[in-house]
Structure formats: structure tokens, C-alpha cells
Design a binder for this molecule. Sequence first.
Ligand code: HEM
Length: 190
Amino acid sequence: MLKVLLWILASIPSLDLCFLIFFEKLGANPQETLLRHLGTWTLVMLILTYSLPIIARIGVNKILSCRRMLGLWTFFYGSMHFLSFLFFENEMVLALFIEDLISRPFVTFGFFSFALLIPLALTSNKFSIKLLGKYWKKIHWLINPIVLMSIIHYFLHRTGKADFLEPFIALAIVLVVYVSKKLFTYKNFS
Ligand code: HEM
């Protein structure tokens, strides 16, 4: 039941986007709205997936069974965000993308956090867990640098506008989750 509910909730931003596109309600700069919308939801899904062990710890144990599903939704929104960037800002030209990757640090951080999501998405299944054994945990530890680089991407994106409220909120949530994880691990071993 929880899985179905979370699946429906996770799909709402994409349905909302389809609605906005269909009724031409994306505003004066539709490409920018689309890109930002997808970036925001990639980050929300990422932080939610990152927080699942803590949410489970504070009582909602069943939520851990939704980890794979939420991880895949993160990857879905990330892929759409990346593809819309390639399409709208680079016209799908590799040379233009490489130029951006080198010259715009916020694109560099965004790209590497997305690139690291790929092995996580590919190994989010029972077969890979069995096959990779202890290496599976090592690969999925990558969520830490992914979250960190995404937050840096968010801050760098906002430097032009000098508006850091939402990036600071995201950072505060991530820090609370990170410290809580460390505290729980420490408690378990002491
Ligand atoms: C895990 C990966 C990523 C996350 C979590 C993420 C997250 C975000 C967030 C939260 C925003 C700001 C939205 C807002 O201000 O409302 C954003 C903007 C943006 N991101 Fe990403 N991003 C990721 C990957 C990428 C990649 C791979 C690229 C391109 C190579 C990219 C390009 C952009 C661009 C161009 C914007 C600015 C849109 C604009 O203001 O016109 N991002 N991203």
C-alpha cells in the first residue's frame, strides 16, 4: 500500500509537467521552467531516497522497501533534466555540451552527480545485489558524493541570482540526515 502511494506521489510532478506542456502553461520561458522543474524534482527525490534509512529508523520501517522505486524515480527525473538541458541548451550537439561541461562549473557538478547515478540505477535489482556481494554497498555509498555534488550544483546555479534560500534549506536537510545516520551507526557499535 505504502509503495503504491509513494509511486503515485512520485509520478505527480511528471503528470503536472505533462499538463503544463499540453495546456501551454509553462510561462514566458517554457524551456527554463521545464529545466528547473525537472532539476527541483530530481533533487527532492534524491534527498528523499537518501533520507529513507532515517525515516525507517524513526518508525516507518516499511519505507525501506520503497528505496529501489524512489531511486529509479530520481534517475528518471535526472535523465529528463539532463536530456532537456542537452536539447534546449546544447541542441543535442556533443561539442557544445563538452564546452559547457568545461566552462560552466555548475554544469560540471550537475553532470557528475547525474553520471554517478547511472551505476546505482543499473545495480538497483536483486540480481546485482547477489552478484556484487560486498561491492554493492560500496557502489551505493556513491549516493553521498551524488548528494553533495547536487547541492553544490544548486548553489552554483543560484550565484547569478544571489538567492540561496532553497539551496540552504536543501543543505540543512542533508546535514541533519547525514549527522543522524552517523549517530545511529555510532550507537549501534558502542
Ligand atoms: C543528480 C543530478 C542533478 C540534480 C539533483 C540537479 C538539480 C538541479 C536543481 C535543483 C536546479 C535548480 C532549479 C531551480 O532553481 O528551481 C537545477 C538547475 C539546472 N540544472 Fe541541474 N541537476 C542535476 C543534474 C544536471 C545535469 C546533468 C545538467 C546538465 C548537464 C544540469 C543542468 C542544469 C541547468 C542548466 C539548470 C538551470 C536551469 C535554468 O535556470 O535555466 N543539471 N538542477
